[in-house]
Structure formats: structure tokens, C-alpha cells
Write a new protein. Structure first.
Ligand code: G1P
Ligand code: ZN
Length: 543
């Protein structure tokens, strides 16, 4: 086996975004593209000599090939050991757990999350640090810098490693441990939740559907829900990961998980519905006849987490991304715990979790998690809901109704405009940014603007500052609009507009969110002029 050095030169645009480097698969499979980026990770972290790493991905097209390349490059770099999921598979939260539980130095996750997979779709590579969480900005910047300076990469010439069965392998002196992707993760879930109580729920006739969307959580959900918790066989659907996610878009939201939503709104609805995304870190929660927004789910989980054994001692604090609705803030206030507002992206929760300042955190984009790992965790959220349902024995709708009555309801919706011309989108936000100082005090479409700024975050743990994290407009009556550009899109620019409006617990709690938010949407249009600037009549996706 020969370790070879290949001359290369920097490739434009290898800049990690909100969640790793995400590009069109066609881009990733170009010669040297993956190799350059992986070598740049190694270079940015001071090499992998003597280190141990975790490796796995969501099974999308090119996952298998990329895993082999990364193993050969880890061996060439002198890594001591790589722990890799069987078949090259690991959900993002399971990878995070393995990094932590095995004391690995880091992990490489192959995924473009909820983006479609296939030769004409998307691929991605994320690097996680020793705490199990996404590399913080300072590390991703170093990686980006390394991509611009690279002149060679190192790889060993070898046959593919057999990843089809668990066991020990060797590659040029490097140890490879192929592990069952589910086992350690399942053991962790058993420490957090009352499996007996949830089993009791199912044995009592409780029904659910979990839609794995042909993505990585299929095997996890089968083993845990149907295997360990006695959910009826067939409760988990689309459970076999496929390279193109069955031709679908593995994003658990009302648009892309439409079949689940339709089932849950129909006469044959089971008691509970849930879905997860490509790499298993997102979740969607649906009760019979009721969709639970991720922001509401975070708030309900925060208010009820103590019902699960892993959280019986209460929460240290909670955190949410700035654009997530402020429903959880109200819970934190009542519980008298701290609530942190961070920029978009799970990496910003890492320090708060590591420092023991927060136990639960979440994002409006279907991400919820806790200090059990350093990633959001789709199946974990489903299990926490199930644990709460097993204790309360109430329908999801009732739990939501009681929650809104106690805390009020934050009507909330996100409007996405996809594949915009980046120049047009940038100009639009620049124009709005320029007006921010003058907006407070103005009335727009009959609503008073109370505050207007661009969000910057000072990390209370390490003092780092993240700027330009979204424009926020505060309106009278505790309403709010946030504008920001996506950092995960692979085509043009995606503009996200987040609309929110608070209704007290004594008010109208069961309005259609679209109607309740229409006046806020009108202000967003007046302030930004999206229609005129982009020619778009309406958003591409409303969640
Ligand atoms: C999106 C979500 C964000 C999430 C990220 C990775 O990022 O908005 O909450 O952390 O995907 O799953 P965005 O495209 O908005 O930058
Ligand atoms: Zn994901």
C-alpha cells in the first residue's frame, strides 16, 4: 500500500456555510474536489496524525465513494483510528454521540441534510469537533483558508474497505472499526426516556406513523419504535435509506412530508405522526388533526421535559435561534431559567451546551435537541414527545391548547423565496439595512415599528462575535419580522422571511396562522419590496 502525494491547486468556493460544505453532487464528484476539501480539514485542524475520527453519512448518492476516499486520506494522514457506521451510514446525532462517547478527536459527516440526493441533487461534508458538535466559525474559517492555500493532498492507494458488516479492519496501519449505526444511539435514548411507559402507551392501543422519508432514520426508527417500544409493525414507513431518498425531498415539513400531513388531517389518522430528514437531525411533529410548528414544539418540550427521566431534574436553561418564535422564551420566564438567542445554525448552541448553561435548544427549521449530543436530533424529539404523551395520556391537540392557554400563542410562519438572483437579493437587504436607523417610530400599513436592527451575537462563553445574522423588525403588539439569506442553499440566493405575532392566552388561539399573520406579511412586503424587486408573486415555500 502506497501513500501518495497528489499536486493540486485551490478550488473556488469551498466555503463552509450554515452547516458544512454543501454543493451540487456534480460539483463534489469532480476530480480533486472532495480530496481538496478533506485535506483542507486535516490541514486546518493541525493534521490527523495519531487522532481518532468518526465517519458516516446519510446514505445519499456518493456517500459510499466519499467514505472510501476519506478513509484513505485519514490513513495517509496517519490517523490512528476511524470509527465508521456500517454501510458508511450514521445519522448526524448518532455521529455526534459516537464522537463524544468514544472520546474521538472529531468526525466527518457526509450529508446535505434535508436537500435532495442523487447525481443531479446535493451532497455535503461537515466536520464536527471533539465535543461532537459542528465546527465553530473559527474552525470553518480556518478550513476555508486552507482550501485557498492548498497545493497537495495525501492519500493511500488501496482497495475499498468492506463496510458491509461490523468489525475491525486495517488500512495502511490505521485501525477501522465498523459499528452498528443504531446500537450506541439506542442505548443513549434508553438512558433519557421511560421506555416502559412508552411501551405501555403503545400496548394500550396508541397508534403512530413515523415517516423516515427514505432517509437515514429508517433503521433507527424501526429498531427503537417498532423493535424496542412495541409500536405496531408498519408504524415506520419509507424506512429503507435510498441514495436519492426515493426521488423525494427529505425535509420534514408540511410541504415535503405532505403524505404524512394528509394522513394526520384525515379520518384515518393515527394518534401521533412524525418525520425526520435526510441525516436524522430534523423532526416534524403532528397530532391527529393538528400540525405542531417547530417553535411551538420547542416550547411544549421545554414546559414538559421534566416528565422524562433524563430531564426530571429540570432544565438549566434554553436557547433558540434568533429567527425561531419566542414561544419558548415565555416558558423560560415561567420556569425562571435563562433563555439565549443565537444566530441560525446549530454550531452556535455548542458553547452554551458545553458550559452547562442550557439543556434544550431549538430552531424554527424543525431542529430540536438537548445536551445529550451536540447536534439537533430528530428521533430524540419524537421520543420526548412520546414520553410526554405516555405520562399525560392526552391528545396532542389538548396539550397544545393547554399550552397556549397558559403561555399565549406565538403565531408563526416562514416564507422562503428560492433561487433568487444573489445580486437582487443582496441589494434588497442592503436597501432595507440602510433604512434601519429611521424605521423605529414609523407606521407601516397601520402597524407601528418599535425596533429595527441587524442581529449580532456575542457568545457569552468564549466572547466571539458573529455579525450580520439577520435583519429584525419589532412591531407593536409583540409582533416581529426577520429577514435573512440562507446559508445552506446550493442555487442562487434563498431569502427567508420569518413572521411572528403574539396572541395572549385569553385571546383568539385557534385562528388560521396565514390569516393571523397576513398583516405582518403585508408590512414585510412594504418594507422590502420583494414583488417589485424579484418579480415573485408569492413565496416558494411557506412553513
Ligand atoms: C437552515 C436552517 C437552519 C439550520 C440549517 C441546517 O439554514 O434555517 O435553522 O440550522 O438549515 O439544518 P439556512 O439555510 O437558513 O442558513
Ligand atoms: Zn439535517
Amino acid at each position: 500500500m502506497e501513500r501518495i502525494t497528489v499536486e493540486t491547486r485551490p478550488i473556488e468556493g469551498q466555503k463552509p456555510g450554515t452547516s458544512g460544505l454543501r454543493k451540487k453532487t456534480r460539483t463534489f464528484i469532480q476530480p480533486r474536489y472532495l480530496e481538496n476539501f478533506v485535506q483542507s480539514i486535516w490541514n486546518a485542524i493541525g493534521g490527523v496524525q495519531g487522532k481518532s475520527l468518526v465517519l458516516g453519512g446519510d446514505g445519499r448518492y456518493f456517500n459510499d465513494r466519499a467514505a472510501q476516499v476519506i478513509l484513505r486520506m485519514a490513513a495517509a494522514g496517519g490517523a490512528a483510528k476511524v470509527i465508521v457506521g456500517q454501510g458508511g451510514l450514521l445519522s448526524t446525532p448518532a455521529a455526534s454521540h459516537l464522537v463524544r462517547s468514544r472520546g474521538a478527536d472529531g468526525g466527518v459527516i457526509l450529508s446535505a441534510s434535508h436537500n435532495p440526493g442523487g447525481p443531479d441533487a446535493d451532497f455535503g461534508v461537515k466536520y464536527n469537533t471533539a465535543n461532537g458538535g459542528p465546527a465553530p466559525e473559527e474552525v470553518t474559517e480556518r478550513i476555508f483558508r486552507a482550501t485557498r492555500e492548498i497545493s497537495e493532498y495525501h492519500i493511500v492507494e488501496a482497495q475499498d474497505i468492506d463496510l458491509s458488516t461490523p468489525g475491525a479492519r486495517q488500512l495502511a496501519g490505521m485501525r477501522i472499526e465498523v459499528v452498528d449505526p443504531v446500537a450506541d444511539y439506542q442505548a443513549l435514548m434508553e438512558t433519557l426516556f421511560d421506555f416502559d411507559a412508552i411501551r405501555g402507551l403503545f400496548r394500550g392501543g396508541f397508534t403512530m406513523r413515523f415517516d423516515a422519508m427514505h432517509a437515514v432514520t429508517g433503521p433507527y426508527a424501526r429498531a427503537i419504535l417498532e423493535g424496542a417500544l412495541d409500536a405496531p409493525a408498519g408504524s415506520v414507513v419509507n424506512a429503507i435509506p435510498s441514495p436519492d431518498f426515493g426521488g423525494g425531498h427529505p425535509d420534514p415539513n408540511p410541504i415535503w412530508a405532505r403524505p404524512l400531513l394528509d394522513l394526520m388531517m384525515g379520518a384515518q389518522a393515527p394518534d401521533f405522526g412524525a418525520a425526520s430528514d435526510g441525516d436524522g437531525d430534523r423532526n416534524m411533529i403532528v397530532g391527529r388533526g393538528v400540525y405542531v410548528t417547530p417553535s411551538d414544539s420547542l416550547a411544549v418540550l421545554a414546559a414538559n421535559a421534566h416528565l422524562a427521566p433524563g430531564y426530571a431534574a429540570g432544565l438549566k436553561g434554553v436557547a433558540r435561534s434568533m429567527s425561531t418564535s419566542r414561544a419558548v422564551d415565555r416558558v423560560a420566564e415561567k420556569l425562571r431559567i435563562d433563555c439565549y438567542e443565537t444566530p441560525t445554525g446549530w454550531k452556535f448552541f455548542g458553547n452554551l451546551l458545553d458550559a452547562g448553561r442550557v439543556t434544550l435548544c431549538g430552531e424554527e427549521s424543525a431542529g430540536t435537541g438537548s445536551d445529550h449530543v451536540r447536534e439537533k436530533d430528530g428521533l430524540w424529539a419524537v421520543l420526548l414527545w412520546l414520553n410526554i404523551l405516555a405520562v399525560k395520556r392526552q391528545p396532542v391537540q389538548r396539550i397544545l391548547d393547554d399550552h397556549w392557554a397558559a403561555f399565549g400563542r406565538n403565531y408563526y410562519s416562514r416564507h422562503d423565496y428560492e433561487a433568487l438572483d444573489p445580486v437582487v437579493a443582496g441589494d434588497m437587504l442592503d436597501a432595507l439595512r440602510a433604512r434601519l436607523p429611521d424605521l423605529p417610530g414609523q407606521d407601516v400599513d397601520g402597524l407601528r415599528i418599535e425596533s429595527a436592527d441587524e442581529f449580532a451575537y456575542d457568545d457569552p462563553v468564549d466572547g466571539s462575535r458573529a455579525q450580520g445574522q439577520g435583519i429584525r423588525i419589532g412591531l407593536a403588539g409583540d409582533a416581529r419580522i426577520v429577514f435573512r439569506l440562507s446559508g445552506t442553499g446550493t442555487e442562487g440566493a434563498t431569502l427567508r422571511i420569518y413572521l411572528e405575532r403574539f396572541e395572549p392566552g385569553t385571546g383568539a388561539l385557534h385562528r388560521d396562522p396565514g390569516a393571523a399573520l397576513a398583516p405582518i406579511g403585508a408590512v414585510a412586503e412594504s418594507l422590502s419590496g420583494i414583488r417589485a424587486r424579484t418579480g415573485r408573486e408569492s413565496p416558494d415555500v411557506v412553513t
